[in-house]
Write a protein that binds this ligand. Structure first.
Ligand code: OAD
Length: 233
């Protein structure tokens, strides 16, 4: 085995205290998703959207990577081939755990993007309409560097290239309801790639996996990484 492709979703950060999206209420942290995660919502009420991500950013900064993030970082360090982590998460817990080969397909909460010059800059604290773009110096044109509903996910060429080279596809903590990420498992299985799902519950995409590890990521990913490293060494 030479290449492992890992897809992560909100479930991998649940044990770090970051809430997943699809709770029973259908709301995301008390808001309708279309109000806080769409270009139309931002146009309607930018102050609400800025504030929503300011709170998310503070929560992310206060959170710590958990055992699953740490196990994936160890896998990347110790596996003799390539490990690519493609995450739908906007937190930086993979990086803080030590993963280096991480692709954020839905953007990053700790970055801002200029709507004029497109420059992407670090954003560790609050963002609002008074911020100045560090590249073009225009005020009021920065927005969270997040992929909202109706916008194109990032790095799709790199992601499909990594998927096409993979021998093993591991999906961790995603409900498989948001495309294109929800289609990766089926694509991998059609290419004959071995597929493993880590999730306490079964999901819409569960039928596309060869193996299911039912349980919390902190436990199941740690065990899986141990197994993969002992069989690769
Ligand atoms: P969801 O909230 O839809 O799904 C989270 C999944 O994590 C569920 O299947 C849970 O069963 C599982 N889960 C919960 N606790 C877990 C644990 N301790 N260990 C492992 N799994 C656990 O989140 P995503 O699938 O990531 O997009 O959502 C995908 C996208 O929808 C997000 O990236 C976001 C959202 O709209 C954008 O913001 C563009």
């Amino acid at each position: 085995m030479n290449s492992i492709f890992v897809l992560t979703g909100a479930g991998i950060s649940a044990e770090s205290g970051i809430q997943t999206f699809r709770g029973a209420s259908g709301l995301w942290e008390g808001h309708r998703v279309e109000d806080v995660a769409s270009p139309a919502g931002f146009q309607r009420d930018p102050a609400l959207v800025f504030q929503f991500y300011n709170v998310r950013r503070a929560k992310i900064r206060a959170a710590q990577p958990n055992a699953a993030h740490l196990a994936l970082a160890r896998l990347e360090r110790e596996f003799p081939g390539t490990v690519t982590v493609v995450t739908q998460n906007i937190d930086d817990l993979h990086e803080r755990a030590g993963s280096r080969n991480v692709i954020h397909m839905h953007g990053e909460a700790l970055k801002a993007r200029c709507r004029d010059c497109r420059n992407i800059s670090p954003c560790e604290n609050n963002l609002d309409e008074t911020n100045r773009c560090p590249a073009c110096a225009v005020v009021g044109r920065l927005r969270p560097h997040i992929v909202w509903f109706g916008e194109m996910p990032l790095f799709m060429d790199e992601i499909y290239l990594a998927l096409s080279k993979a021998d093993l596809f591991i999906s961790i903590g995603t409900s498989g309801q948001v495309y294109p990420a929800a289609g990766f498992a089926e694509a991998a299985s059609q290419h004959g790639i071995r597929t493993i799902e880590v999730n306490p519950d079964s999901t819409k995409i569960s039928p596309h996996f060869d193996e299911h590890l039912r349980g919390p990521a902190g436990v199941k990913v740690t065990e899986l990484v141990e197994q993969l490293l002992s069989s690769s060494g």
